[in-house]
Write a protein that binds this ligand. Structure first.
Ligand SMILES: O=C(O)CCC(=O)C(=O)O
Ligand SMILES: [Fe+2]
Length: 202
């Protein structure tokens, strides 16, 4: 089965229209992926996320962290965070995916899902401080999880599975026309770490 990882076509656009999503499959060996997964679990300043939903403050079970070139302010769901300075592992990962994709990034939002019961609801990453139509590079470590896209007008759906040590890139007008989510599932009990490398406007 592992053989098929070699056959991933990273130029394939997974979206039928209105944007581009490329899945590179596993870009790390199992040993490298395990190493980064453990390093991130142990060295990132994980915090429970706060959000104001319908005027009510909620604290998510999922943990998050926000890193960047500068202490960028990042506001979403009515909460503001300041980016921390890159760790050594994050700088390595940023360099690797910049080389792999030909894109550049200046910040990274990290999510730690303790089990399949934690996910992320439908949204798009179109916050105004993000470079418009900039590429987002998404690295996944740990439990394999399904990832879904839904077209904002037509409700067309696209689903893929994000493997341990894999890279997904969302670019061009994807965030304008498509929502994405990480659906929760009771079948998965292991944790997963996701990193989305982004570009904030100065
Ligand atoms: O966990 C994921 O794969 C996606 C996370 C995400 O969509 C986000 O942080 O904006
Ligand atoms: Fe997102």
């Amino acid at each position: 089965m592992e053989l098929f990882d070699e056959l991933v076509d990273k130029t394939r656009n997974w979206l039928p229209k209105d944007g581009e999503v490329n899945y590179y499959g596993k870009i790390f060996s199992m040993e490298e992926a395990d190493h980064y997964f453990n390093t991130l679990l142990n060295t990132i300043a994980w915090r429970n996320d706060e959000a104001i939903i319908f005027g009510k403050k909620i604290i998510t079970k999922r943990k998050v962290a926000w890193y960047g070139d500068k202490p960028y302010e990042y506001t979403y769901s009515n909460t503001t965070k300041h980016a921390l300075n890159w760790t050594a592992a994050l700088l390595e990962l940023k360099a690797i995916i910049e080389k792999e994709t030909g894109e550049t990034f200046n910040s990274c939002l990290l999510n730690l899902y303790h089990s399949g019961e934690e996910g992320m609801a439908w949204h798009s990453d179109g916050e105004t401080d993000l470079k418009k139509d900039g590429a987002i590079g998404s690295l996944s470590f740990g439990a394999e999880r399904k990832f879904s896209f839904k077209h904002k007008q037509t409700n067309e759906k696209v689903e893929l599975v994000l493997k341990h040590g894999s890279l997904l890139v969302m670019k061009d007008i994807t965030q304008t026309h498509w929502l994405h989510r990480l659906p929760p599932t009771k079948r998965i009990t292991a944790p997963r770490v996701n990193l989305t490398f982004r570009t904030m406007v100065e």
